[in-house]
Design a protein around this ligand. Sequence first.
Ligand code: CA
Length: 235
Amino acid sequence: MSRHVLVIEDEDDIAQLVKLELTRQSCEVTVCNDGKAGLAEALAQPYDLLVLDLMLPGVDGLEICRRLRSQPRYTPILMLTARSTELDRVLGLEMGADDYLTKPFSVLEFVARVKALFRLVDMLVNPPADAPKLIETKDLRIDIEKREVTVRREPVCLTAKEFQLLLHFAQNPGRVYSRSQLLDEVWGYSHSGYEHTVNSHINRLRAKIEINPNDPDYIQTVWGVGYKFRNASKG
Ligand code: CA
């Protein structure tokens, strides 16, 4: 079954390039050139992926992101932007984008990001048969099949990437990960330079699951190395 991707991008040459590459990946592609039409289209039917430009006429990419994240259906979002300041990166991720690509980007990089997002969705929809269905440690409970996380019985709303990151940690308690390892294993990037993406996702994850994000209990900092998930045997 081919995947249906919605591209909201007002620069026509980029929209066409993205469409061509997605078509080569056997995707069905719909393109919208302005934010208002794009938002209406994104809300009208389910898409497997949204490739979303940040600066758009009508409604901008952040607003589209925010509106989609208030919907019950989860659509992975790859955000494109000409701006590359840290603030914009963080804003896009705060608004619920799953990944972020700064223009100009290489076609290879674009395709790698798209494939990584598809793998993420596949993993969430079809976890391996022998994988545990439930992980519980202290007050944190991860229902893998239902993709539900609760802390002290309170539901926590995570993006697809935050969920995948948490699961990756929780399935390997006590194991120490460097940022570049996490990029490789969770994001599927084999290149470095995006370690800030890892930091901002971990900060947001901590803000959602930790009682005190400044003194995290679940996702702990290993100074000078990276992060690890709390060791279950130590209470
Ligand atoms: Ca634009």
